[in-house]
Design a protein around this ligand. Structure first.
Ligand code: S3P
Length: 450
């Protein structure tokens, strides 16, 4: 698992055009939820296209520890035999979620209303991330938790013996917090209500509905009010996981900044709560088109076509778009480095508590590569140097953060001098085939001492 083995320094060099088709893996958010909801339903859930990255595999292992049967068949399909709402068994050992904030937070929610205890830990990145945002609302259901200072992992949670439903307004725009509350609400009697002032990704709501739960979402003056009726019997599903727009962001962005490129990234979900980056790139003047637009399993899907775009301009990214592209700011800041003018990103305080402090990680690395960045607590801006103006040449720290590592490797593909990341191993958490896929498009990636 990333972060547990030796560091793997990796260098990206400027090369010729990126061309061809990039088949990116399954969506990480939907993969975690497929395993967890499969484990909470009675019967057999079949999952095709599951992301087989370290984060999701850790969630699969955790579901086994809570009593579900989770197996991969030879053809790559995953089969989960669930234990039913409220049916989790007490794990015999500590649950190690690796690097996965989504995994650990959703699992804590899923167990919080069952009278069992579980202890969670993770890698150095996950152990540094705030968990009070999860344990506070779960305490309202009656769950107790004992962690390190500020609720950090390792943490033991004791599920509520007599859970009560809750009404909770999200203090931060976080789909992880929303999902943890909804999953806890599954085993509480009556209606659990979550109010989100800013809409975040809605996969949990869509999937709960698919699994047979009664759940409604209403847009009101307070924001989106989501109501879940507790104690449903979830019905097993057959799931086709769409490809991950957050992974598609890397080949798309690399193509936009690398001279002569023309890359097709097929079958990408364009759920409005996830697609903000692509609209932002179009606003910057990127040659990015949606081909073959269609609906699949109730979700808008298209093939993305990205061509080298030497005329991109910096823009002010609408702050209300932040939640729909929250994981994409690191790679956007790389594209912004190759545009003309300043790109301003506001309303992005949440970037400070991701796998790393992503504003700081990108600012430090971009400056080392000759790009000027200004930052405040919840905003930053990047001054573009045009399509051939980024010097590059630095070695940067990935800080156990897959998206920081991939962003700087994309920078290296188009900068004047090669760029090295100190450790590419975290990439395996979300995009295990990133290196081979980018190489197949024409990128030059070189492991140190290889
Ligand atoms: C995710 C929600 C987001 C995102 C993460 C995946 C999810 O986190 O950054 O990569 O699957 O719910 P927050 O909900 O904390 O913003």
């Amino acid at each position: 698992m990333s972060g547990h083995g030796p560091a793997q320094p990796l260098t990206a060099e400027k090369t010729g055009p990126l061309t061809g088709t990039a088949n990116v893996p399954g969506d990480k958010s939907i993969s975690h939820r497929s395993l967890i909801l499969g484990a909470l339903s009675v019967g057999e859930t079949r999952i095709r296209g599951l992301l087989e990255g370290d984060d999701v595999l850790a969630t699969g292992t955790a579901m086994r520890a809570f009593g579900a049967d989770v197996n991969r068949s030879d053809d790559g399909e995953w089969v989960v035999h669930g234990v039913g709402t409220g049916g989790f068994a007490e794990p015999e050992d500590i649950i190690d979620c690796g690097n996965a904030g989504t995994g650990v937070r959703l699992i804590m929610g899923a167990m919080a209303t069952t009278a069992i205890a579980a202890t969670f830990t993770g890698d150095a990145s996950l152990r540094s991330r705030p968990m009070a945002r999860i344990t506070d609302p779960l305490a309202l259901f009656g769950a107790a938790s004992y962690g390190r200072a500020n609720g950090r992992l390792p943490l033991t949670m004791i599920g509520a013996p007599n859970p009560v439903p809750v009404r909770y307004t999200l203090p931060v725009p976080s789909a992880q917090v929303k999902s943890a509350v909804l999953l806890a609400g599954l085993n509480a009697p009556g209606e659990t209500v979550v109010i989100e002032p800013e809409a975040t990704r809605d996969h949990t709501e869509r999937m709960l509905r698919g699994f047979g739960a009664k759940i409604t979402a209403d847009d009101t003056d307070e924001g989106r009010v989501i109501t879940l009726v507790g104690q449903p019997e979830l019905k097993p599903q057959s799931i086709d996981v769409p490809r991950d727009p957050s992974s598609a962001a890397f080949p798309v962005s690399a193509a936009l900044i690398t001279e002569g490129s023309d890359v097709l990234v097929p079958n990408i979900g364009l759920n409005p709560t996830r697609a903000g980056l692509f609209y932002t790139l179009q606003d910057m003047g990127a040659d990015l088109t949606f081909e073959n637009a269609r609906e699949e399993s109730g979700e808008p899907v298209a093939d993305l076509r990205a061509r080298f775009s030497p005329d991109m301009k910096g823009i002010e990214v609408p702050a209300e778009r932040a939640a729909s592209m929250i994981d994409e700011y690191p790679i956007l800041s790389v594209v912004a480095s190759f545009a003309e003018g300043v790109t301003v990103m506001r309303g992005v305080k949440e970037l400070r508590v991701k796998e790393s402090d992503r504003i700081d990680a990108m600012a430090v690395g971009l400056r080392a590569n000759g790009v000027s960045v200004e930052e405040g607590e919840d905003w930053w801006n990047v001054t573009g140097l045009g399509p051939s103006g980024v010097p590059g040449g630095a070695r940067v720290e990935a800080r156990l953060d897959h998206r920081i590592a991939m962003s700087f490797l994309c920078l290296g593909m188009a900068a004047q001098k090669a760029v090295t990341v100190d450790d590419a191993s975290p990439i395996a958490t979300s995009f295990p085939v990133f290196q081979s896929l980018m190489t197949s498009l024409g990128a030059t990636l070189r492991y140190e001492n290889a």
